[in-house]
Design a protein around this ligand. Structure first.
Ligand SMILES: Cc1cc2nc3c(=O)[nH]c(=O)nc-3n(C[C@H](O)[C@H](O)[C@H](O)COP(=O)(O)O)c2cc1C
Length: 252
């Protein structure tokens, strides 16, 4: 007898991904939850006390047409050796994860987020950004600044982490997005593992469209060695792990 995927029973040849989707399906009448442990809500912002802070310039969005940016966005994998400006980087960071309004105590951002929980953190591995030393930085969303977590040229290790894709070495900077899973699990349980990658996708597409608007190139990267990617930004791969990357630079 053929079973439907959501009859609660595993198929014989079920893989980890299929099992995950089966076990996290919502079905009418089977929805749990409803109660939230407000006292133990994970903090919505990550901070690096004591880290060197780099103030970012105000975002400077180019006057650009959304429809043109949509039509122009293309994955770019070849870059010139020219740097990008700190202003461009600040603008891209804001496009991906910037606060655009505060409503009822919530700092709402450019990209939507399930439950406004914002489980995705943004890091930048900078190779050639004017006015910014090479290294790995965490984006402090509220302060609109960068916190330096690793100093030095990481172009080779980041490319190695990205399954040896040379574009991560040649780009001017690599965006690295991690998930602090607990922020979303707190509300959604295991279903959080469906929502968090969707959040990351929204952020990455915002950045991709913004690069198109600024005349820069961008390519998403989901092919990476997880341990190496986590090590690059010094996260443990369990509480917080890398979920997505994007290279950014001058097309060449
Ligand atoms: C989730 C995701 C992961 C991707 N990972 C990679 C990658 O690791 N390497 C790569 O060269 N391109 C990667 N890409 C880019 C796709 O190959 C690209 O979007 C696709 O070929 C369509 O081309 P376009 O982006 O120019 O429209 C990824 C895209 C997405 C959405």
């Amino acid at each position: 007898m053929t079973r439907s995927v959501d009859d609660g029973h595993p198929r014989e040849d079920e893989g980890a991904g299929e099992r995950f989707f089966r076990e996290t399906r919502h079905a009418r009448g089977r929805l749990g939850g409803g109660w939230l442990d407000w006292e133990n809500q994970p903090p919505p912002f990550k901070t690096y006390p004591g880290a060197e802070q780099v103030a970012l310039p105000e975002p400077a969005p180019a006057k650009a047409d959304l429809w043109e940016a949509l039509a122009r966005r293309r994955s770019v994998r070849s870059f010139s050796s020219g740097p990008i400006s700190l202003s461009d980087l600040a603008t891209l960071l804001w496009a991906g994860a910037g606060v655009s309004t505060v409503q009822a105590g919530y700092a709402l951002r450019t990209a939507p987020s399930a439950g406004a929980l914002y489980p995705v953190e943004t890091y930048v591995v900078a190779h050639r950004v004017q006015g910014l030393d090479a290294g790995a930085y965490h984006y402090a969303v509220l302060e609109r600044s960068l916190e330096r977590i690793v100093a030095g040229d990481l172009s080779v290790p980041v490319a190695r982490a990205a399954l040896d894709q040379g574009m991560a070495r040649d780009a001017a900077a690599v965006f690295v997005w991690s998930a602090i899973w607990r922020r979303s699990i707190w509300k959604y349980g295991q279903r959080a593992f469906r929502y968090v990658p969707l959040d990351a996708g929204h952020i990455a597409e915002n950045v991709a469209l913004a690069t198109a608007a600024l005349g820069l190139g961008c390519c998403q990267i989901a092919a990476f060695y997880d341990d190496e990617a986590d090590a690059l930004i010094q996260v443990d791969g369990r509480e917080e792990s890398v979920v997505y990357m994007a290279v950014v630079g001058r097309p060449g």
